[in-house]
Ligand binder design. Structure first.
Ligand code: FAD
Length: 323
């Protein structure tokens, strides 16, 4: 069928932003290529939630079953296989999230679909698809042409598109039957584990001083803390700093940490890998200090300083601590 199908992602009764980001992208492509945009919603007792997609697509396919109440790879694969085989969408979009990373490669193998993951852009013209992906930790953008096919599967990087819930559409909800689960392999959803209570809530801070691997060793952290104190900021970090347990996990910014939106975000010795950027790129003002002028953080920083962070720290601390 001439359509782009978007797998809606939801958790705990909430739609995730990536769903609307994918729908925004799908609508752009659909308009250019005369393709309808369909949202596939897998869930249980979820008709109210699925209706929130109405303004952003041409049709909503709702499959409800107790097996689909929470994400589980085996159930989702079987459900999607049924729908894709019946409808033959030209393009299927899945979020490049923990769920999508688990699901998409298995789907591609099962249905022999060409797959490109973690895409930042998609262009479709005359059924030929090319995508933009990043390589070498975000230092190089690679545009790739996919082998011609009548069907493609793509995962889209979260945060690459605006999430527009209203796109002037008014979709009908169509119910689709769940498959029979006789061939389920045996994995079962048991429950979500809530993160432990945290020392500070970095998401509530107006100013964040964030340190990355460039801090070098835990003995240097007091230097960053002193600067943060001098300007009334909270200390946060990139993942390696949390992984080394130099700061608690609750201070980590990024896809597997917190999403923050402070007034000022000062990134010290952070390269700006996309997993980090996703968590902080919406800060009002981003200031980056890095010795590498090609560090990806400079692509989103409003102010950049190519310099040793310790030099900058001592100058700034001296200036602000005096006030
Ligand atoms: C599934 C998954 C989830 C992830 N989730 C997250 C996440 O939530 N948050 C996150 O941050 N990362 C996450 N990552 C890791 C991410 O890919 C990067 O590896 C990480 O962000 C890099 O951290 P960094 O910038 O501190 O370190 P590096 O990439 O090693 O960068 C260190 C930077 O410091 C600079 N530097 C070194 N010395 C100095 C100095 N003296 N002065 C100034 N600059 C200096 C270097 O030039 C370099 O750019 C995730 C990865 C995966 C695969």
């Amino acid at each position: 069928m001439d359509e782009i199908m978007v797998l809606a992602e939801h958790r705990g009764g909430e739609l995730r932003d990536i769903t609307f980001e994918m729908l925004t992208m799908a609508n752009k492509l659909g308009k250019k290529n005369d393709l309808a945009v369909t949202a596939l919603f897998l869930g249980n007792e979820a008709s109210d939630l699925s209706e929130r997609l109405k303004g952003a697509c041409d049709a909503i396919l709702l499959m409800e079953d107790s097996e689909l109440a929470n994400y589980s790879a085996d159930q989702y694969i079987m459900a999607m296989e049924t729908v894709i085989k019946t409808r033959n969408p030209t393009l299927t979009l899945i979020g490049h999230t923990a769920m999508g990373m688990d699901l998409a490669p298995a789907m591609a193998t099962r249905l022999s679909l060409p797959l490109a993951t973690d895409c930042l852009e998609i262009n479709l013209a005359e059924r030929r698809l090319d995508v933009l992906r990043q390589i070498y930790g975000g230092k190089i953008n690679a545009r790739l042409a996919m082998k011609p096919s009548d069907k493609y599967l793509i995962t889209l990087r979260p945060g690459s598109f605006d999430a527009e819930a209203e796109q002037g559409k008014s979709a009908d909800v169509q119910t689709v039957p769940a498959p029979s689960w006789t061939n389920l392999r045996g994995r079962q959803f048991l429950g979500y584990l809530e993160a432990e209570l945290e020392d500070v809530d970095i998401a509530a801070a107006d100013i964040l001083v964030s340190i990355g691997r460039g801090i070098g060793k835990p003995e240097n952290i007091p230097l960053a803390q002193e600067f943060a104190d001098s300007i009334g900021a909270t200390l946060s970090c990139s993942r390696p700093v949390a992984d080394e347990e130099w700061l608690p996990k609750s201070r980590q910014v990024g896809t597997s940490g917190k999403t923050v939106r402070p007034k000022i975000y000062i990134a010290l010795g952070i390269s700006g890998a996309y997993q980090h950027q996703v968590g902080m790129k919406n800060a009002d003002t981003i200031i980056a200090v890095n010795t590498d002028p090609k560090a990806p953080i400079f692509t989103i920083a409003h102010y950049g300083i190519v310099e040793d962070m310790f030099q900058v720290l001592s100058l700034l601390t001296e200036k602000f601590a005096k006030k």
